[in-house]
Design a protein around this ligand. Structure first.
Ligand code: NAD
Ligand code: UFG
Length: 344
């Protein structure tokens, strides 16, 4: 597909968000021209400014909603995109259970509007941000792409429905080139310390929570259960540096150039780390003590979840490089420089 080889323009939906902003840095550094579409529902335009600062390059930022068909028609009418990297979506598991319709509307309907605009303008190369959440609570570790899907919350079901929509679309029109990337647990921040994860409220996820404890915004970490059948009793996850994750997307774009069709790949390191291991690694990186309290298990949590990344290693020629120490160091650099996130 010559368009990508010529470093064509890439549309990044959700490009102001945590992973999308790191993706923009990698794309600009690799020589692509980038447009971001983001409604800033879970981000600020400060991240776009940071992307431009660290790369010393500019991108085109469009502050519109994915569900706005008119806005998409105008955007696709004035640009010829080589591919779309689709990060935009809501991602809070608890919120999705409280308000499932908001999640189906934003994630599924938003994706439908995007696919309609892409179809109308003959843009048929897409990389979709899926999640290990589609596997639910798997019986067998490590998780391969053939492990049976079984999402257990509305957020996870939006991801699974979108995957099925993409498969149906590709089956009816073989010109589509679709990469579904199932992320494990993205953490880390850009090496500059100018770009990182900036949750709106109290973080739901472990790493930003620990970082806010270390910097003094939160008093202590509650560890959800120490009676799991894992080596130290706390939950085990496959934490992957956001820079490795975005490299996986560049590898997926290259793969799609050579392979029309639909492909699914796990993006993980293949290594699991427990909550206590992550706490210790963060203490070592930051030199701060993280006060911890063991509380009851969180509903819906698996004991362990880690990827078999063999398929991505083999087919995409990609593998995660950064270890947990590096993940913690980079998060700490970002958190220290931006104790209140971008809004400060
Ligand atoms: P994020 O919330 O930081 O970024 C998502 C961005 O999408 C935000 O900037 C938000 O404003 C934007 N957005 C949401 N709805 C939109 C809409 N209707 N129109 C336009 N923009 C919209 O989240 P993230 O961590 O960067 O995640 C990116 C993607 O990766 C999401 O699809 C998420 O589900 C998926 N994912 C994330 C994780 C994780 O742990 N961070 C794990 C697996 C998958
Ligand atoms: N944990 C705590 N205390 C906290 C937060 C988390 O003990 O305050 C524990 C959890 O119980 C779990 C581990 O830390 O054992 C990781 O929890 P996260 O919330 O960081 O990550 P999850 O694996 O539960 O879920 C995340 C995203 C999901 C996504 C999944 C796989 O929130 O949306 O990774 O990509 F589906």
């Amino acid at each position: 597909m010559s368009e990508l080889s010529n470093m064509g323009e890439i549309l990044v939906t959700g490009g102001a968000g945590y992973i999308g902003s790191h993706m923009c840095v990698a794309l600009l550094d690799a020589g692509y021209t980038v447009t971001v579409l983001d409604n800033l529902s879970n981000s600020t335009s400060e991240s776009i400014a940071a992307v431009q600062r660290v790369t010393n390059r500019t991108l085109d930022f469009v502050a519109d909603d994915l569900r706005d068909a008119g806005a998409l028609a105008r955007l696709f009418g004035r640009k010829r995109f080589a591919a779309v990297l689709h990060f935009a979506g809501l991602k809070a598991v608890g919120q999705s259970t409280a308000d499932p319709l908001a999640y189906y509307d934003n994630n599924v309907v938003g994706t439908l509007r995007l696919l309609e605009a892409m179809t109308a303008h003959q843009v048929r190369t897409l990389v979709f941000s899926s999640s290990a959440t589609v596997y639910g609570i798997p019986d067998v570790m490590p998780i391969t792409e053939d492990s049976p899907p079984g999402p257990i919350n509305p957020y996870g079901r939006t991801k699974f429905h979108i995957e099925q929509i993409l498969a149906d679309l590709q089956a009816t029109d073989p010109a589509w080139r679709i990469s579904i990337l199932r992320y494990f647990n993205p953490v880390g921040a850009h090496i500059s310390g100018d770009l990182g994860e900036d949750p709106n409220d109290v973080p739901n996820n472990l790493m930003p929570y620990i970082a806010q404890v270390a910097v003094g915004r939160l008093p202590g970490l509650r560890i959800f259960g120490d009676d799991y059948p894992t080596p130290d009793g706390t939950g085990v996850r496959d934490y992957i540096h956001v820079d490795d994750l975005v490299e996986g997307h560049l590898a997926a774009l290259r793969y799609l150039e050579r392979h029309p069709g639909l492909a699914i790949h796990n993006l993980g390191t293949g290594r699991g780390h427990s909550v206590l291991e992550m706490v210790r690694a963060f203490e070592a990186a930051s030199g701060r003590t993280i006060p911890c309290e063991i509380v009851a298990r969180r509903a819906g949590d698996a004991a362990e979840s880690y990827a078999d990344p063999t398929k991505a290693n083999r087919e995409l020629g990609w593998r995660a490089r950064h270890d947990v120490r590096r993940m913690c160091e980079d998060v700490w650099r970002w958190q220290q420089r931006h104790p209140q996130g971008y809004r400060a």
